[in-house]
Design a protein around this ligand. Sequence first.
Ligand code: R5P
Length: 314
Amino acid sequence: MSSQANANSAPPPPAAPVWLPDAVFGFADGEAQARDLAGRLNVPYETVEVHYFPDAECKVRIKGRSRRPAVYRPLNYPNAKLVELVLSAALLREDGGKDIALIAPYLPYMRQDIAFRPGEAVSQKIIGKMLAQYFDRFIAVDPHLHRTPRLNDVFAGKPALALSAAPAIAAHLKARQVPTDVFALGPDEESAGLVKAAAEGASLQWATCVKERKGDRDVRLTLPPDIDFKRRSVVIMDDVVSTGATIAGLARMLREAGAKSVDVYASHALFDDKVHEDLTRAGIRRIVSCDGVAHKSSDMSVVDLIVNGLFSSR
Ligand code: R5P
């Protein structure tokens, strides 16, 4: 058989990833995803044991050893978790870890990327620098990089993979057989990358609004001109839903403009049940998020994104 015939009959081998962990370490939160990731990569898994002293100080314990460990953790409510991560990475290093990865599907402290008012700390730079002292590489999904060009820039130039939830959103829309006259809308110009990729993946038209943030819960949005939303089904797409103010405001405007239905896709759902009720009252029919932060709305697998990202990141 000729080599040409061989090449045509055998499926191509998957591209070798640049880097793979030899073990995955997770925490009680996000344990299902961390275990799933280890299983998919065919490496051992261990849950980091965290003990809390009566004053909420913590102590971590890791029994396994690894040269290329991946520490997986969803970093919503991040403050205490950051201390536990630093302790874990330092311990793994002492125990022989040479190339330690932080896989944080939701990466916090990214939104304060400049001093918006004189005297404010630039959290993105400070937290990034701190984590870069303990970890050698980083993986996150749709990190908030509005004014920072690349994720590596956050982590002192260390290797960093910024994955997008767009393929998962497109696949979810297609699985729902969402008709192609549904309109995909981002709340601000910074959402364009996510919205474009997800909408085009599902053959939908798309656009973004203009957003001006006045405060945590005070956002002013302008719908894109020249688009008639009357009797149109709209899917809002955004990286993070936190207070819900952005998508609630947008949903109200779309309903007022005559939209037939408003659904939301979010890479990370950080909101609680009370906000969820408010979002329903604002006219949002359905919210779908990735399970990188476990949430009632989670229906897209972050592990799929991470595994695909690792095997296509040459
Ligand atoms: C902002 O730039 C982000 O992309 C999100 O739009 C924002 O974080 C949403 O926050 P909230 O739900 O609090 O309005």
